[in-house]
Write a new protein. Structure first.
Length: 71
């Protein structure tokens, strides 16, 4: 799913949504930037919760919160 979304998103924006190539490129680049920021924040949160609550409970809590937010 990851590679499908990231590889075809540009073409979807241009062909289906009618964006210009420059606009679609900006949105495609934004995906990677937001992903890098999210991965960094998620890693820091995972480390802090792991130290505070223990590895099992801390990591599970973060995973459950992520699943809840995406639902």
């Amino acid at each position: 799913v990851f590679f499908l979304f990231f590889n075809w998103f540009f073409f979807y924006l241009v062909d289906v949504r009618g964006f210009t190539a420059q606009q679609a490129g900006g949105f495609t680049a934004a995906q990677w930037i937001v992903g890098a920021v999210g991965a960094t924040i998620g890693g820091l949160a995972c480390d802090r919760l792991g130290l505070r609550l223990g590895v099992r409970r801390g990591y599970r809590l973060l995973a459950m919160a992520g699943l809840f937010l995406t639902a």
